[in-house]
Design a protein around this ligand. Structure first.
Ligand SMILES: *[C@@H]1O[C@H](CO)[C@@H](O)[C@H](O)[C@H]1NC(C)=O
Ligand SMILES: *[C@@H]1O[C@H](CO)[C@@H](O)[C@H](O)[C@H]1NC(C)=O
Length: 433
């Protein structure tokens, strides 16, 4: 069994018997890799972070989006306050329709895998923002959290988190370790879409009974459907020769396409689809033994892996072009995450980052500070100072600081096809009528 290959000490991989505690967590997170456990399954990307991150707690820790108008005692102020109330009412209506549904892996998991697998994510996870572990695999927020904040809504609750969830602004179906390809991971994209349809039907049942549901029909129709998946599928093929890796990509893209079509059939009209990041710049990949440095590019990233990622994104973008022709009255946006994340490495100085290829929390020290047999949560780690800016938190997942930079680029619209801003999609109804 290649159980120890994942860099996460392979707790349950079958090799060394069951381990409890933080190591086990890492195992589940990387479960995709472990499942595929042949040889270089080590490569598996564990995007996103599982964990008991509480969206409600997150919401509490953030200031309210719009200050409530303060009543003042004069007649003029009363007129003004009537106007304010109308504005407030309009704002409430706007917000009531602000709904997101997210599908993905650890890059956008806000606590799903931790809840469903009963994993206890331990410090220092969460230390930079929430100040306690939240189930996310990061020292803070994932990109999706920043997206929610930019819209003035609370962080999305994981579908399978039983305590403290609030689904009025949508649901996060992302589970760390998930693939787009069915069969290889438990919560693959098709299952996540099944769960969405289940949720939607239950909401309808409730409404049919005359009760209120977290999301109503209009909410589903106007919602934004976001996806950030594919990293684990790519990880699963990285042990193959280049041509074969490339041949394995179209079926993955086909799954993403199918998921979008199913969502569209159920009434979804606005899609926001992230491509994959630059996996060849991740410490987890860079720390793998190599014969020589000939594959490293000018910024120290692995060209072959990055080329696979770029190809994946090209194919995904083309698939979305096709969908724009067939799925009527919908907006489908592609976000070039590779360009965003590669730029972060290439121009790291501009962002105040000293060591773009080294993890903040890992083992072994420079140059990569990544040991596949250890996790960020185990002792004797080499942990960067709080406030020191790193891209990589644990070798696979980004820090709060890096995710914040990535999110600002995602929201800028400059890396999108078409070049629309996410916020603009939230204010327009897009329906068949
Ligand atoms: C759920 O979130 C909405 C806003 O998104 C808020 O108005 C509501 O009070 C929250 N419900 C609970 C029980 O926290
Ligand atoms: C909601 O349920 C009713 C009754 O079961 C059904 O007729 C209707 O089509 C459903 N609506 C949606 C949007 O699924």
């Amino acid at each position: 069994m290649a159980s120890a290959t994942n860099g996460f000490a392979g707790g349950g991989g079958g090799g060394g018997g069951k381990r409890v505690g933080p190591l086990r967590v890492q195992y589940y997170i990387v479960m995709g890799a472990v499942a595929a456990a042949v040889l270089l399954a080590t490569l598996r990307y564990m995007p996103g972070g599982p964990g008991p991150a509480s969206a409600a707690a997150a919401a509490r820790s953030r200031p309210a989006r719009t200050p409530v108008p303060t009543p003042v005692g004069t007649a003029r102020a009363e007129v003004a306050s009537a106007a304010d109330e109308e504005e407030e009412e309009r704002r409430r209506k706007r917000e009531a329709r602000l709904v997101l549904f997210n599908f993905g892996d650890s890059n956008s998991d806000t606590g799903g895998v931790a809840a469903v697998m009963g994993i206890r994510i331990a410090p220092p996870e969460g230390r930079a923002y929430f100040h306690h572990p939240t189930g996310r695999l990061s020292d803070g927020r994932v990109v999706l959290d920043f997206i929610c904040e930019s819209l003035g809504t609370h962080h999305l609750s994981p579908f399978m988190k039983p305590l403290g969830s609030n689904f009025t602004n949508g649901v996060n179906f992302a589970i760390a370790g998930s693939t787009a390809t069915p069969g290889t991971t438990t919560f693959s994209l098709d299952v996540q879409v099944d769960q969405f349809i289940f949720f939607k039907e239950r909401c309808n049942d409730t409404i049919q009974r005359g009760e209120s549901a977290p999301v109503d029909e209009r909410g589903f129709q106007n919602a934004l459907y976001t996806m950030d998946i594919g990293h684990n599928d790519i990880n699963g093929v990285l042990h193959l020769p280049y041509d074969e890796m490339i041949r394995k990509l179209p079926p993955v893209i086909a799954e993403i396409k199918k998921a979008i079509e199913r969502l569209h059939k159920s009434g979804a009209r606005k899609f926001w689809i992230h491509g994959t990041g630059a996996l060849g710049c991740m410490p987890q990949k860079l720390a793998m033994p190599r014969d020589d440095d000939s594959d490293l590019d000018e910024h120290g990233c692995l060209s072959t892996i990055n080329n696979v990622c770029k190809k994946f994104n090209t194919l995904l973008s083309e698939a979305l072009d096709e969908l724009r022709l067939t799925l009527k009255k919908s907006t489908i946006v592609f976000v070039d995450m590779f360009a965003i994340k590669y730029d972060l490495v290439a121009n790291h100085k501009k962002y105040g980052i000293e060591k773009p290829l080294m993890t903040c929390c890992g083992h072994g020290g420079p140059p990569y500070n990544y040991d596949p047999k250890e996790s960020c949560m185990t002792s004797d780690k080499y942990l960067c100072k709080l406030g020191e800016k790193f891209i990589s938190w644990d070798g696979v997942h980004f820090t709060d600081a890096a995710n914040g930079i990535v999110a600002s680029k995602v929201l800028s619209g400059e890396y999108n096809i078409p070049r629309v801003k996410l916020a603009s999609l939230m204010n327009t109804a897009k329906s068949d009528d």
